[in-house]
Design a protein around this ligand. Structure first.
Ligand code: 9Z3
Length: 308
């Protein structure tokens, strides 16, 4: 079975083995109940330039797409492995990610001991969100797993795919993370901080192997797989999405453009192109595009299962 090459990337740390075991157990337990399980990847990746890392390359991804999608998948009855970048947006709490909690909390009256009160005007919708969060916790349908570097991500993706493989077509992969295309192999990376006194920095980076290929072919060949295609030039978006489908032979590509990604996506399959959008009015009412994406994908997944 193809694996992440150990000479190019840091070997998997011990915690990756632990995460692999918890993903296996999660998939087994929910699979036994007949629940569909989705792996969501979310956030950007950090690519170190030194092995004792001072500097690294990063990207724009906030993890909003992945974290919002996790909520809607739970709502749709899926069990979710949420493979996300450390400190990127997290389901439920994402809604208050700009809040300074120290401003929202005040000490209760002296007589109430150490009670803390919350200023409800600073946490709009908190009651409904808390109820959803508690229901999710009780159902045990969300397993968060964190990554930080590109190498963590690659090891965890493989482990997750192997954990989900026994579920066959009941497993879904929703690969929304913005994964770096370039990296410096471990064997070529300087150990210590690069010195600015050596003058301007020139970097040569290698191409990151496309994990979609072994995932679809070897790791979880029966699963329903969705990848994302991000472009900044709308004129090449659909062509690039179609190329990805032809190359990797998976089921769906969600095509989006950087500037409009919150309000417009195209769901591309071999035979169809469906445009999903959120109008200004819907946006004012708090409708999120991820709600529409997950509704669309859950129904495609049902059709996919029926065709197996
Ligand atoms: C996406 O296209 C996601 O929709 C975003 C979401 C990363 C744009 P945010 O995290 O943004 O809500 O801020 N993800 C995949 C991006 C990507 O790098 N895709 C590769 C490509 O386009 C294919 S794996 O070549």
């Amino acid at each position: 079975m193809a694996a992440v090459s150990s000479s190019d990337f840091a070997p998997p740390p011990v915690w990756v083995e632990e995460a692999a075991r918890s993903m296996e157990k999660f998939a087994r337990d929910h699979g036994a109940l007949g629940t569909r399980v989705v792996l969501i990847t979310s956030g950007g990746t950090k690519v170190p330039l030194e092995s004792r890392t001072v500097r690294f390359l990063d990207n724009f991804s906030s993890g909003r797409r992945g974290s919002a999608s996790a909520e809607y998948f739970v709502q749709a009855g899926y069990a979710v492995i949420f493979l996300h970048r450390h400190r990127s947006m997290y389901p439920y709490s994402r809604r208050y990610s700009n809040l300074n909690w120290m401003d929202a909390l005040t000490l209760g009256p002296q007589s109430s001991g150490e009670q803390v009160q919350v200023d409800r005007s600073l946490v709009p919708g908190i009651v409904g969100i808390l109820q959803e969060y508690r229901a999710m916790k009780e159902s045990g349908r969300l397993l968060p797993v964190e990554f930080n570097t590109l190498s963590d991500y690659l090891h965890l993706l493989q482990a997750a795919a192997q954990a989900l493989s026994p579920l066959g077509s009941n497993a879904m992969f929703y690969l929304a993370a913005a994964v770096s295309d370039f990296y410096i192999p471990a064997s070529e990376m300087p150990e210590h901080k690069i010195q600015s006194s050596s003058g301007p920095l020139q970097l040569t980076m290698k191409m990151v192997p496309k994990m979609l290929s072994p995932l679809v072919k070897d790791w979880a060949p029966k699963a329903f797989v969705i990848s994302f295609k991000l472009e900044t030039d709308p004129s090449i978006l659909i062509e690039r999405a179609r190329k990805a489908l032809a190359t990797y032979q998976h089921q769906v590509v969600i095509a989006n453009v950087l500037d409009s990604r919150r309000s417009y996506v195209v769901v591309v399959t071999n035979t169809t192109e469906s445009r999903l959008s959120v109008s200004e009015e819907e946006d004012r009412l708090g409708v999120e595009i991820e709600e529409k994406i997950i509704k669309d994908l859950a129904s495609r997944h049902t059709n996919f299962l029926e065709c197996q």
